[in-house]
Design a protein around this ligand. Structure first.
Ligand SMILES: Cc1ncc(COP(=O)(O)O)c(C=O)c1O
Length: 378
């Protein structure tokens, strides 16, 4: 009953008396609108640690680029995103024909599965849930290769690739933040190539550690697809912009299966502005590295919390005391208007795992104060 106990007050539309969330609120990261609506507060009143977005936001030039693109709104956008394709090619030292731009990398995950029609996809877990959802939608069987907390979510145990004609692997891994070295991934890519299967390497977060990208190996593998996103590093989840990199023939096959005009003119213009701002990129990497190390050290000091050494802009944490769950912690932190990601619904994790984004120092300190006040160690 307290879930739906609502108070009506003059001037206030709906204000909940407690901060418990109804079960209908999806446990995704970044669902600030849904959570705020359920709690009867404004989204802006929540400090969102549940979505892993660059704490510096977007490059300053993005606003002027978006405003200028607004003047183009009476035309359809460039369907091929040619200017952005060329800028991305120059940035990654590839050819434009090796780039396909999409409406966020999520569009491209669904596109790959729809176009390549795998019979059986192997997903390295714990992983972004949309890989499995895309396979399900296209009636592809899914099998899973769990990576374990005891192995720091590495690929210490090699996946059994038999029968798989497509593999989904994220590097850095999400939600664990583990970063695999090229020597750990290449044997898998080579084994998939030998069996004629596709590998989708999701590098949505690699911009924070760009040197670790496997893009320099792209030309050696005709069935390797690397997914990239503007969402995380360039801080524009609401605009929807991502791309994939693959050899020209494969990129062309995928382009033919893409819906027309899926990337709007504003997103294309902002993408171009993002790629020009090298100073923003350098500062982002520096701030995130410093704040992640700070957060990692400080969370590790809180009794009842076990951290994993994430290498990007988020950290996976495990509650070790028997009476604590991530759902309970999320609920308690909502009373401080802090939103964390309950990670219990990731395959391979359980009700004790949660994930937090790395934010700016003052915000991180707010989270640390609230975590300490919860006394998760009892
Ligand atoms: C590992 C991973 N890949 C891809 C995505 C999708 O990113 P977008 O569609 O915003 O580019 C996400 C979003 O959370 C993610 O965590």
């Amino acid at each position: 009953m307290p879930f739906f106990l609502l108070t009506f007050a003059p001037g206030i539309k709906l204000m909940r008396e407690d901060f418990s969330l109804p079960d209908t609120v999806a446990p995704h990261g970044g669902n600030v609108y849904e959570v705020a609506r359920a709690l009867g507060i404004k989204a802006a009143d929540l400090l969102d640690f549940s979505a892993n977005i660059n704490p510096l936001g977007y490059p300053p030039g993005a606003v002027a680029a978006a405003a200028a693109a607004w003047g183009e709104m009476t035309h359809y956008p460039d369907r091929q995103c040619r200017n952005l394709q060329e800028a991305l090619a120059a940035y990654h030292d590839l050819s434009p024909e090796e780039i396909l731009v999409g409406n966020g990398s999520t569009e491209l995950i669904y596109l790959v599965v729809r176009a390549l029609r795998p019979r059986r996809a192997l997903i390295v877990t714990p992983a972004f849930s949309e890989y499995e959802a895309a396979c399900l939608m296209c009636q592809a069987d899914t099998v899973f290769h769990p990576t374990a907390a005891e192995d720091a979510f590495s690929l210490r145990r090699a996946p059994d690739l038999r029968g798989a004609d497509l593999v989904f692997l994220a590097n850095p891994a999400s939600p664990s933040g583990a970063l695999l070295a090229p020597e750990e991934i290449l044997p898998l890519v080579e084994a998939m190539a030998a069996s004629g299967a596709y590998i989708v390497l999701d590098e949505a977060f690699i911009d924070f550690v760009e040197d670790a990208s496997l893009k320099t190996h792209l030309r050696n593998f005709s069935r390797l697809i690397i997914l990239r996103s503007f969402t995380k590093f360039f801080g524009i989840p609401g605009l929807r912009l991502g791309y994939l990199m693959a050899k020209p023939e494969l990129a062309q096959t995928l382009a033919e299966a893409q819906e027309p005009w899926s990337v709007n003119a504003v997103a294309q213009a902002v993408g171009l502005a993002c790629l020009k701002d090298r100073e923003f990129m350098a500062r982002s990497r520096q701030v995130v590295r410093r704040e992640r190390d700070f957060l990692l050290t400080e969370i590790s000091r809180i009794p009842g919390l076990q951290t994993f050494p994430g290498k990007v802009n988020y950290l996976l944490v495990k509650l070790t005391a028997p009476d604590w769950t991530a759902a309970r912690l999320r609920q308690t932190l909502l009373e401080h208007r802090l939103l964390i990601r309950d990670a219990s619904n990731f395959r391979g994790l359980n009700e004790r795992f949660f994930r937090v984004a790395v934010r700016l120092r003052e915000e991180n300190e707010k989270l640390l104060r609230a975590l300490r006040a919860c006394r998760p160690g009892g």
